[in-house]
Design a protein around this ligand. Structure first.
Ligand code: 5GP
Length: 204
């Protein structure tokens, strides 16, 4: 497989989706992995664009059929990365982008370690995250408390990631993310070694 995987994790509300949407518009040859979830659809979201919104039964069948590269129970809902489209993207030499949590990242590493570059994105502090979640106005107070609690747990895993971005300035964070993707493209592991050497020798 010629492609690579870019994993983005971090608390919901950290601005991950905003950064990712911009990246997907600007950069060619990226494939955004659309996860399946049992979570209720939010206002402004579209089925098949943000997520595949499925029932618990459908999700369970997906697990039994081995449809998921990884799956996890996050904020009282199931979320899973669909394996087939990711394998296709990797075969086509694309960078497959996953927005998944820390548990999913660790599971993905078990199978795809050599393909993965990982980034953890967060806010400058917990209070800022709380404000953003409240402003977004998509979750009840109880769910916001749960998301904040999980965010604290996720912060413990920062060091497992290759890169760490504090998203307190969108432009600066975006430039950082862009540099990461561009450096992924320059990795020597991307080079077709034999062909590169042969072409280099042939051209005297
Ligand atoms: P949200 O409900 O805010 O869209 O996402 C909640 C959390 O689930 C986020 O941290 C997001 O990264 C994570 N998530 C989304 N899709 C997946 C997935 O397919 N697998 C795993 N493990 N986590 C996911």
């Amino acid at each position: 497989m010629k492609g690579q995987i870019l994993i983005i994790s971090g608390p919901s509300g950290s601005g991950k989706s905003t950064l990712l949407n911009r990246l997907l518009k600007d950069e060619p040859n990226l494939y955004f992995s659309i996860s399946s979830t049992t979570r209720a659809i939010r206002e402004g979201e579209k089925d098949g664009v943000n997520y595949h919104f499925v029932s618990q039964d459908e999700f369970q069948k997906g697990i039994e059929n081995g449809d998921f590269l990884e799956w996890a129970y996050v904020h009282k809902n199931y979320y899973g990365t669909n394996l087939k489209p990711v394998l296709k993207a990797l075969d086509e030499g694309k960078i497959a982008v996953f927005d998944i949590d820390v548990q999913g990242f660790n599971l993905a590493k078990e199978k795809f370690k050599n393909y993965i570059t990982s980034v953890f994105i967060t806010t400058k502090n917990q209070d800022e995250l709380k404000k953003r979640l409240q402003k977004r106005n998509t979750d009840s107070d109880e769910i916001i408390q749960n998301r904040l609690f999980n965010a604290v747990g996720e912060m413990e895993h920062i060091l497992e990631y290759d890169y760490f971005l504090i998203n307190d300035d969108l432009e600066k964070s975006y430039k950082g993310l862009l540099s990461i993707v561009r450096s992924m493209r320059l990795k020597s592991t991307n080079i077709p070694l034999r062909q590169t050497i042969d072409e280099w020798i042939d051209c005297k």
